[in-house]
Ligand binder design. Sequence first.
Ligand code: ADP
Length: 263
Amino acid sequence: MEAKLKNESVNRVILEAEHIDFSYDNGYKVFENINLEADTGKFIAIIGPSGIGKSTLLRILGGFLKPDSGKIKLMGKQLYEPTPEVALIHQSIVTFPWMTAEENVMLSMKTKDMSHDEMAEKAKVSLSRVGLEGFEDLYPKEMSGGMRQRVAIARAFAADPHVFLMDEPFAHLDELTAEGLRQDIYNILFSGETPLKSVIMVSHNLTEVLELADEIYILNNMPASIIGRVAVTMQRPRNPRSDEFNSNLDMLYGYLTPPRNKR
Ligand code: ADP
C-alpha cells in the first residue's frame, strides 16, 4: 500500500491539456482535440513539422492564449491566465543589455515582497545553479550566447515555477554551445533543489529531443492533433551515436510525414 501511494505521488500530473481546440482570430484552426499530460519529474518534448502549432500549444499550456474549448489544468486546477508557477522560456534569448546577469535575474522577483538584498541573494543562487557563479556582474554583451541563455533560465528559476515551458531553447545557439547546454540542462532542471516539477520543450531537432525527453508527443495534420506519444527509456547520458539512439531516431522520423490536410 505504501509503495503504491509513493508511486502515485511520483506520477502525479502537474500540467495537463484536455480536449483542446483552438483557432486564431482569422479563423485558422490550429488544433483539434489535443490531450497532453506532464507528470512529476518528467521532461516532455513536443515535436512536429514547422508551422504545425508547437509554439501555439506552448502558449496555450501557459495560459497566454485561451482555447476555444477544452481545459488546461495546473495541479488539478483549471488555468485561465498566465501564472508565475508556469515559466515560458523563449527561443530568442531575452536579456536586457543595460543590466548585469544578476539584475536580469532579479527582474523575475520584482512582483514579490522581497528586499533588494533578498532578491540579490536569490539571483546569486539561481545563477550558480546554471553554472554562472562568479559571473553575476557581467553584462550580456560580455557573455556568449550560451551564457545568456543560462541567465534566462536562471531568471525563470528565480520565480520558483513548477513547470518550465521551453520554446526551442537551443535554436539560437551555435551547435557546440547548444550541445554543452544540452548536456547540463537535464541535471540543472531536475536537481531536486527547486520547486520545478516538470518541463515541456518544443523542438524541431529530433536528436535534441531524444537526448533530453522522457516522453515525446508528436503533433501532425491540419488541424493538428497528437498522432503519437512515445516513452523514451534509453539510459542517461544518452549517446547520439549509439545504435539504440539511431533506431529511436528512425522511429520518430517515421511520424513526421508531411501533414495531411483534414479540412
Ligand atoms: P510551429 O511552432 O509548429 O512552427 P506555430 O505555433 O508558430 O507553429 O504556428 C502554427 C500555425 O498558426 C502556423 O500556420 C502559423 O502561421 C499560424 N499562426 C501563428 N500565429 C498566428 C497568429 N497570431 N494569427 C494567425 N495565425 C497564426
